[in-house]
Write a protein that binds this ligand. Structure first.
Ligand SMILES: [Zn+2]
Length: 298
């Protein structure tokens, strides 16, 4: 089973760094997800299977607020994925993070509204699956091990990165106002995007490592005096996508075989485990790893 995945954001639509790519459709409790599975020949001795998923769907047809985040993450987990490298286009709130720069995101602020942001809707919810009540630890929302590997990939490829940055997630699809950007900056945000929450949270809920390479495509609203356009985002991404590809491709080959982080172990279940989960039914991935990864607290 593939244990690695790449989620391609805006401008990253091709699984070109994989060989023998085949399409694959997965039915999840949230809907059907189409992915591609291929081999990354630079991973380990004999290569490794990698799942590639385009966040916005084929032809960038799904806007940020309509993305089926739960189906996407569920599908990856059901396929056996344990580690996810994701890419995303972001606006910069900091002069030092210029268009064309890569940022290894380390924390987030969540200002995204009206989108399902958890698998755990309480017992009996979610189509009767019994997901229970779970409060997930996000003290370190982005996997430190994946970030370390991305740093190594940066050194190996010569693609410079900003190591660490706070991503503020907005709902979209509109861009932000200058007042919002001023507020976000005061709150500690470095970059702004429309998709990373809940994606990173859902991955953690299922015990998966998640690392994000954000590509700065523009300065945020009010910083330059120019209006923002999606064309500008796409253009900057197209000019610099090779950097993201180089980083992710190399990082896939630098991953240690075993995880040494806590991403798979720090899920916390408050109260009784849901009946369905106890009975071995419900939302757990086929190998039962979701259940194993929870820690019961009294
Ligand atoms: Zn991890």
């Amino acid at each position: 089973m593939p244990e690695l995945a790449v989620i391609g954001g805006t401008g990253v639509y091709e699984a070109g760094f994989l060989s023998g790519v085949k399409p694959h459709a997965l039915v999840t409790p949230y809907g059907t997800v189409e992915v591609q599975i291929g081999r990354h020949e630079g991973t380990g001795g004999g290569g490794a299977e990698v799942v590639f998923l385009t966040r916005h769907g084929i032809g960038h047809s799904v806007p940020p607020h309509r993305i089926n985040y739960r189906a996407n993450i569920w599908a990856l987990r059901a396929l056996g994925v344990k580690r996810i490298f994701a890419t995303g286009a972001v606006g910069s709130l900091q002069e030092r993070m210029a268009p064309g720069d890569c940022v290894l995101v380390s924390d987030f602020l969540d200002f995204a509204r009206e989108r399902p942001a958890t698998f755990f809707e309480g017992q009996g919810a979610g189509g009767g699956s019994g997901f229970g009540v779970v409060h997930t630890d996000v003290s370190e929302p982005y996997c430190p091990e994946l970030r370390r590997v991305l740093r190594q990939a940066s050194e190996a490829t010569g693609v410079a990165v900003h190591d660490g940055g706070c991503y503020v997630s907005t709902s979209g699809p509109r861009f932000e106002t200058p007042a919002e950007i001023r507020m976000f900056r005061r709150l500690g945000a470095d970059v702004v995007g429309m998709t990373n929450v809940p994606e990173v949270v859902l991955a953690r809920e299922l015990g998966m490592c998640y690392g994000l390479v954000a590509m700065v495509t523009n300065y945020a609203a009010g910083m330059t005096g120019n209006p923002l356009t999606h064309a500008e985002v796409v253009e900057t991404m197209a000019e610099n996508v090779r950097k993201i590809r180089a980083l992710v491709w190399r990082a896939l080959g630098l991953l240690p075989a075993e995880r040494s982080c806590l991403c798979g172990r720090n899920l916390i279940v408050v109260g009784e485990p849901p009946a369905a989960a106890s009975a071995g039914e419900g939302p757990d991935a086929p190998d039962g790893s979701v259940r194993e990864n929870r820690k019961q607290v009294e």
